[in-house]
Design a binder for this molecule. Sequence first.
Ligand SMILES: [Zn+2]
Length: 456
Amino acid sequence: MIRTLFLIALLAVVIASATWLADHPGVVQIEWWGYRITMAVSVLVALVAGVSILAALAYRLWWGLRRVPRFLAARRRESRRRRGTHALTQGILAAAAGDARETQRHADKATALRADPTLTLLLSAQAAQLRGEEEVAAPFFNAMLDKPETAFLGLRGLIGQAMRAGSEDEARGLIEKARDLHPKTPWVATALFDLQTRSGKWEQAEETLKQACRHKTMPDHMFGPWRAILLLEQSRAAQAAGHSVLALSQAERALKQDPDLTAAAVHLADLLCRSGRQRRARNVLQKLWRKAPHPALATAYAATDGGNDPLKRVRRLKKLTALNAGHPESKLALGQAALDAGLWGEARSHLGIIADGRAPSRRVCLMLAELEERGNGNPSRAREWRDEAAQAGPDRAWVCNHCGAAAQTWASLCGQCGAFATLEWRLPGADKSHLAVAATEPLFPAMAVPISPKPL
Ligand SMILES: [Zn+2]
């Protein structure tokens, strides 16, 4: 629009000038080097205008010709870039399809065309990994460490290699470097936490957990329970090293962080008893028994008096179980204590209440078998209960929510799969694998095809 208006204005100026010159005719005479040229003013104006236009066109042509080599070079560069990008794209597709030969061919082509160096190195590494030649892939990942923009990607590749090779110490060192580069990347915090807990580096794991929760790379609701377990393990380590004061303070902090952690209550009670504070130890166990009775609490409570007298044990447990009298664990604890003390009638009474009207669990069947054998001298009836025990439903156990393995004693790491904080006191069998925490998930699910196309 502006261009059209400008042309109309220019045309108007030209017409006005021509009209003005026609209305004011005149003659111009030029004398130069013995020549005399006479011409009308309008002709002179037309000549000047024509020469100016020709000079402008000549300059334009010269300017254009000067740019031709640069233009041709840019065309060549653009063509090479396009072909490089195409080679990378094809290479990525070949890698995704698991075709090592095609991936390598496109990686070589991309290298020759000097395509994006990050993706070219990564593609070459991927081709080597697809061929199963990890040692060939490593130099490509190492080369990526030299540049700040590719260092993180290179570290990820090397971490994957170290993990697959089972070199956990090397992997931990590399992940710590990756964390320094990108502390807010979720998989870095998760992988580091996983390796630290697996190798029993509880203090470092606690620091990683704090950082991860600060950066929101781990679920907030897991902070308390996980930190409690890490503190409990630090307390156990301090106790093993003979630092009883530190062990006691760590155990107190663990139970404060997660008041429902049975193992922490049992451990704290044990430490308190060792320091002569039996009353406080019993209070700790009683507090948790009110909320969540557990056999380990009963065992720890009975041990607080330090003696092995079975009758004392029964009296002690009666005080504890009175706090949650209706709970089956209270009956079981009293039943077992009565059996150990030879109080057959009392044992029968407690076990009878549990077995009344419902199928007794394996643990109850075995206790009833013991009662028949030792209390009544009836081995055939005891055998029947043992047969029943073989058919009975399972008792509660520490079941791993990651792999489903059941254990009788609690541990911070599953004895089967090594997952952290996945043991739950429940009936085995129910699939709760969806509850498995992120820290135990496969660390590098994306490493098989780690390349994502970058906009070129
Ligand atoms: Zn497990």
